[in-house]
Design a protein around this ligand. Sequence first.
Ligand SMILES: Nc1nc2c(ncn2[C@@H]2O[C@H](COP(=O)(O)OP(=O)(O)O)[C@@H](O)[C@H]2O)c(=O)[nH]1
Ligand SMILES: [Mg+2]
Length: 365
Amino acid sequence: MDIAILGLAQSGKTTLFRALTGGRGEATVGAGAPVLMGVVKVPDPRLGVLAQMFHPQKVVPSDVRFLDVVAPPSGLGKTQGFSGPILNQLGAAAAFVLVVRAFKDEGVPHLLGSVDPHRDLATLNLELAFSDLGIMERRLQRIAASYKGAKPAEREALDREQALLERLKAGLEAEKPVRQLQVSADEARFVENYALLTARPMLVVVNVGEDELAQAAALEAGWSARYGAQGLRAVVLCAKLEMELALLEPAEAVEFRRSLGAPEEPAIDRLVRLSYQMLGLASFLTVGEDEVRAWTVVEGTPAVKAAGKVHSDIERGFIRAEVIGYDDLVRCGSLAEARKRGLLRLEGKTYPVKDGDVINYLFNV
Ligand SMILES: Nc1nc2c(ncn2[C@@H]2O[C@H](COP(=O)(O)OP(=O)(O)O)[C@@H](O)[C@H]2O)c(=O)[nH]1
Ligand SMILES: [Mg+2]
């Protein structure tokens, strides 16, 4: 599950990436454009509580990966859509974080001449829409080409697909991203295959100066209200400050935030938490004396598939999952007490895993 950070040049993408990863990131120069990739732990206070209960040797949080996509200066902000190599990188990402610049700094020139985060978001949206229109256009051409030689049944399928594409196109032309359009389960499979950019969940990061942090909550509400209809949520933060605070001791960082009137929870933690939610991800938990650990799955993943995250043997030899909700376990104080009260449920292969499920797998190999 990769989340790609996008934005105009000099908007603060790499600064945000460094804040997220605490300066750790690998340069990967693959088939596509150069990209920085960093693994970010998902903050989860439940792990600390479980650690006090089980005294494990180690505690392992779940993680998500962030990509810092380096766009060539000629590509972004010129409404030409994304070029081939970048499109490949973006196509593989599950979601996007769009960074727009709201901070004022004479020392950092703006690509478009002035600081205007709403204009920049519109520009980015246009780029994404432009790329999608290109993808749809190419698919429509291919449908037209294969129509002649197609049998009647195949033609029917092509007709349906063409109608879907026309509908998606009309939506985009009316500034409606694909993720906001209602599609049937059948159509959703096509949409999935097209790898459209505007179909992905997106979070907007409004990169403000330190002086605006005291109004962060109000700003955030304003942005989220304005773009809610497009399915966008906003997080207001100061990337440069977050990067600096990521290097401080936690207690020092808390003190610093307080002195600026900034929200207590590190903006980066909130960003990671919201990204996780926006991807529809859930953490299930495993507990024991050796390890207390959070695992990432798409919410509702069948228990047997979730087992494969832990170990392929457990998936193969799956018998049952012993499940208790985190809150129930905490209320009981121990697994033994939970068992006594009959709160440990035995679930089968298809049980849809929920966030906060504490799972003990029974299996044989
Ligand atoms: N004043 C200020 N400068 C910032 C902030 N975020 C980034 N910058 C500066 O803006 C410049 C571009 O940032 P960078 O993260 O490299 O942008 P990118 O091109 O989007 O990756 C750098 O000089 C950063 O130090 C911020 O919140 N406030
Ligand atoms: Mg950069």
